[in-house]
Design a protein around this ligand. Structure first.
Ligand SMILES: [Zn+2]
Ligand SMILES: [Zn+2]
Length: 341
């Protein structure tokens, strides 16, 4: 029986279409998954706008998903037909020094499945066995689709090395920012602020663990940080927006010797920053991308954090265009939009 697959892709800025193509049989180490829930990610939106720095159009989209295993290759032992699963959508070479020392996040040839033609805005997807994870009983399919963004947040919070009693500021309360705030609280941070222009997003961040919220249209961010730290500054900040102004905030709200972690995607990557601050305050600024052994931790953390609360909208796969437009609509209050094939 040959399965025909519908795959959504962005053909030009602001426009999606669907390809239909036969799926083929799984290779010995491959797993075929019938997708049940597929979430839209910020990076999908950068692609939809035609502004993703490393994904030229046309490109398939979708890499946050869950579903049922419907076929397995001859050598697959980790999962079986009928299992509920999610997938770490990374492609690494397995041959470079980074891969050989277990640091596959630093693979010289790293890529992501959707960039290689297999997006998850589709009926089916083929995955390699090592990257397939079984969903625990307590997780719904929608929650299972959010293990990927949770892993991104886990990676960032682990890199930031959050400690008990620390004060943290998260700039940008999209899904990643909200999850970072929640994880910082669980890691022992006592003051966790979030900054965003959307009341709905700030409210959700507070429900998920943030201790204070700042809407810059009502209160100056620096003033809010002053109030919480007595003018000393935050121990750690996270930039989850990708703009010059917020990068500057992430640097300038830090205390001396504090650490900023940058996660936002910069559509305009050449920005101006206050370089003197590195010296006068001995601050550190580091980036965080993707994940490396973070999926198993994220799956554990679902016992602590109710990720399904992030889901604000659901659509059918054929309404992908509308789903993407809803995400871009500032007034929609969208945090996580899920598509069901
Ligand atoms: Zn994502
Ligand atoms: Zn490699």
């Amino acid at each position: 029986m040959e399965l025909i697959n519908r795959v959504g892709r962005v053909v030009e800025a602001g426009k999606v279409d669907f390809l239909e193509r036969p799926l083929g049989d799984p290779a010995p180490n491959q797993v075929i998954i019938k997708i049940v829930s597929s979430a839209i990610c910020g990076s999908d939106l950068h692609i939809f706008k035609g502004k993703h720095p490393s994904a030229p159009l046309p490109v398939t989209i979708g890499h946050e998903f869950s579903g049922d295993v419907v076929a397995v290759g001859s050598e697959v032992g980790k999962v079986k037909v009928g299992d509920r699963v999610t997938v770490e959508p990374v492609i690494v070479c397995g041959k470079c020094i980074a891969c050989k020392t277990g640091n596959y996040g630093y693979c010289e040839n790293i890529s992501f499945t959707y960039r290689k033609g297999d997006g998850a805005m589709a009926d089916y997807i083929i995955a390699e066995e090592p990257y397939v994870y079984r969903l625990p009983e307590h997780l719904s399919y929608d929650a299972g689709a959010l293990i990927e963004p949770l892993s991104v947040a886990v990676h960032a919070v682990r890199r930031a090395d959050i400690k008990m009693g620390e004060k943290v500021l998260v700039i940008g309360a999209g899904a990643i920012g909200i999850l970072i705030a929640a994880l910082c609280r669980k890691s022992g941070a006592t003051d966790v602020g979030v900054v965003d222009y959307s009341h709905k997003r700030l409210e959700m961040a507070l429900e998920m663990g943030a201790t204070f919220a700042v809407n810059p249209s009502e209160k100056d961010v620096y003033e809010a940080v002053y109030d919480v730290t007595g003018g000393i500054g935050m121990d750690k900040t996270f930039e989850c927006v990708g703009l010059e102004a917020t990068f500057n905030q992430a640097m300038m709200t830090l205390r001396k010797n504090g650490t900023a972690t940058i996660i936002g995607i910069f559509e305009n990557p050449n920005i101006t920053i206050p370089a003197t601050r590195f010296i006068t305050h001995e601050i550190k600024v580091q980036g965080s991308q993707g994940y490396c052994w973070d999926f198993p931790i994220a799956l554990e953390m679902t016992k602590e954090i109710d990720i399904e609360r992030l889901v604000t909208h659901t659509f059918k796969l054929q309404d992908l265009q509308q789903a993407l437009e809803t995400c871009l609509d500032r007034n929609s209050g969208a945090v996580k939009v899920i598509v069901h094939p």
